[in-house]
Structures are given as structure tokens and as C-alpha cells.
Design a protein around this ligand. Structure first.
Ligand SMILES: [Zn+2]
Ligand SMILES: [Zn+2]
Length: 322
């Protein structure tokens, strides 16, 4: 193919897929060039530090934020957007910098407020696989206009959202076309693996590259077994396409921590009925310490792994990642 033809094809592709990358190639190039202009290093460092916070985690609703001063992303939209917008404001995060929502799958606790959020914030796109959007429209009473905000994503194909490069990967769950995300930018990597009954090979490949990991620690096996769920629901939760239990999450994270990259672990999607933050933390702490990786709740620690549980019904602190 001639160079000119190749360029024409590329331009047509950009025009047809405006959401895949936020700007046309030429503009990206210009933006890239502007980074060469002299800037105060300290200022740049300050403004481009990556921050993270969660607005809720679990079957009542999931939504979290990752971003810098200039660009941000939400992961899932299962928390009331009035609350999310209020929390962003309280933490001095400009909602106009948030470029979109990444959707892990189409279960209600992840999509409940997606349309309301997008309609109020026209600069945001909804990054999801085509199958996930179809599933969402099939399962829930949601306006079909949500498709107007949709940017299709494909597993294992990296895409740009603002200053981040995001890659979706396969998880194992009973939603439609479930994914986790690896988010790279600002000198750090953040991986989300939630709603997954087992750790898939592709999930494992991304988690091993993560400095920051948000991973499901959904239930304590004994509490689930002895709890009030119906036999059918117990089997569903514990299945390979259900949720990850504390021990499996703990053993898995300990096996990854030996690689030396992992700095912070956020346990998410704890069951209200079959888990407690104390039990989940204890399982993870025990497993990591047995692997020679002591944990801490001090974010400034350099030689221990930071470990916390994301609150079910309220926001976490705003945490600086590196
Ligand atoms: Zn869920
Ligand atoms: Zn789910």
C-alpha cells in the first residue's frame, strides 16, 4: 500500500472512530510536541500525579475514579451520580476533566447510573464492548440513547482516554462480555480485576505488571456456606463465573507480590452478607506476610505493600498513586 493511501486509510479510521482516541492524529502530534516546551518540573510533577478514589464498592453499587489534574476516568457507574459529582467537587476534582466511563460488565451494580451520568456530562464517553452494551440494553430499562455516548472497545486492544492508555482483558463472570482494565499513565499502572470467579490467564498477565491493584475479595467461604442464601445463589456466587473469595484472592495476590512491582492493593466488592472488612483484610495480610511481603496502612511506606478495603457505601479517601 502506498504511503498516501495508508495515510488516507488512517485518517478515515480516525474519523470513523473519534472516541477511540480523543484527538485526531495531527492534534495528538501537536499536543505531544507541546510537552517539549520548558516547564517547571515540580509543577508538572504535582499536576500529573495520578489520584484514585472509590465512591462505593459492592453489590449496592460500584464506581471509582482515576485521574490527574488534567484528565480522568471513572470505572463503572453503579453509584448515584449526584453523590459521585458531589464527592468529586469536595475533593477538588474538576468533572470537566473526566473523559469517560469504563464499563466492566452489564450487571446493575455497575451500570445503574450510567445514562444519567453521561447525559449530564456530555464530554464523557462510555467505553464498553459492543456485547456489554447490547447486554445492558437487553437486561435493564435504560434509554437506548446511551448508545450515542458509546465508544466500542475490544479486549486486548489498547485505547487512549485522555492521558491514559487503557487495555481491557477477559475476566470470568456471569455478566455479558466481562472485562477488567489495565490503566497506564502518569508513570504508574493501575489494574482492576473485579467480578471474576477465577483469575483468567489474561487477568494474571496484566496484574503481574501492576503497581496498583484493585481486586475483588467478595466472600468468606464459610460465611457463604453457612449463610442464608438459597443453594442456587450460593452455587452461583462460588462458581468459576461468580465471585472471588477471600482465600483465593489472598493466595493469588501473594503469588503476584513476589514479582516486586506491586505497591498497593485495594480490596473491593466485599459481600455485605458473607464477608467483613476485617476477615478480608486478615486473609490478605496473612497470605502476603507468609510470602515475605509485610503490609501497611501507611501510604508513604516504601518497603511494605499498602493494603486497604474500599468502603461499600461511601467514598474512600483520595489517594495519590505513583
Ligand atoms: Zn458487581
Ligand atoms: Zn457482576
Amino acid at each position: 500500500m502506498s504511503r498516501r493511501r495508508q495515510k488516507r486509510n488512517q485518517e478515515a479510521y480516525w474519523a470513523q472512530n473519534p472516541g477511540l482516541f480523543d484527538l485526531p492524529a495531527e492534534q495528538l502530534q501537536e499536543e505531544g510536541d507541546s510537552e517539549l516546551m520548558p516547564m517547571d518540573d515540580a509543577l508538572l510533577e504535582q499536576s500529573e500525579r495520578v489520584r484514585f478514589m472509590s465512591f462505593g464498592s459492592g453489590s449496592s453499587g460500584n464506581c471509582s475514579y482515576i485521574g490527574t489534574e488534567s484528565c480522568g476516568i471513572l470505572i463503572d457507574a453503579g453509584v448515584d451520580n449526584n453523590y459521585v459529582l458531589e464527592q468529586l467537587r469536595l475533593n477538588s476534582i474538576d468533572v470537566a476533566t473526566i473523559r469517560g466511563v469504563l464499563l466492566t460488565h452489564d450487571h446493575f451494580d455497575h451500570v445503574k447510573f450510567a445514562y444519567a451520568l453521561l447525559r449530564r456530562n456530555k464530554q464523557m464517553r462510555l467505553y464498553a464492548t459492543n456485547k456489554a452494551i447490547n447486554g445492558l440494553l437487553r437486561k435493564h430499562r435504560m434509554s437506548r440513547r446511551i448508545s450515542d455516548y458509546h465508544t466500542p472497545i475490544f479486549k486486548e486492544f489498547p485505547f487512549k482516554v485522555g492521558c491514559f492508555t487503557v487495555t481491557a482483558f477477559e475476566t470470568s463472570h456471569d455478566g455479558t462480555d466481562n472485562v477488567g482494565f489495565s490503566i497506564e499513565g502518569g508513570g504508574t499502572t493501575f489494574v482492576i480485576a473485579t467480578d471474576t470467579g477465577t483469575i483468567t490467564a489474561r487477568t494474571d498477565a496484566y496484574v503481574r505488571q501492576a503497581r496498583n491493584l484493585m481486586i475483588e475479595s467478595n466472600y468468606d467461604a464459610t460465611m457463604l456456606r453457612n449463610g442464608h442464601y438459597s443453594p442456587h445463589l450460593k452455587a452461583r456466587v462460588a462458581s468459576a463465573t461468580g465471585h472471588l473469595d477471600n482465600e483465593d484472592a489472598a493466595r493469588y495476590v501473594a503469588s503476584v507480590a513476589g514479582g516486586g512491582l506491586l505497591r498497593r492493593v485495594f480490596l473491593c466488592h466485599l459481600s455485605q452478607d458473607n464477608n467483613t472488612p476485617q476477615i478480608a483484610l486478615s486473609a490478605m495480610r496473612t497470605s502476603l506476610e507468609a510470602a515475605g511481603k509485610p503490609v501497611t496502612t501507611d501510604l508513604r511506606s516504601v518497603d511494605r505493600i499498602y493494603l486497604s478495603v474500599l468502603p461499600r457505601l461511601e467514598s474512600s479517601d483520595l489517594i495519590i498513586l505513583d
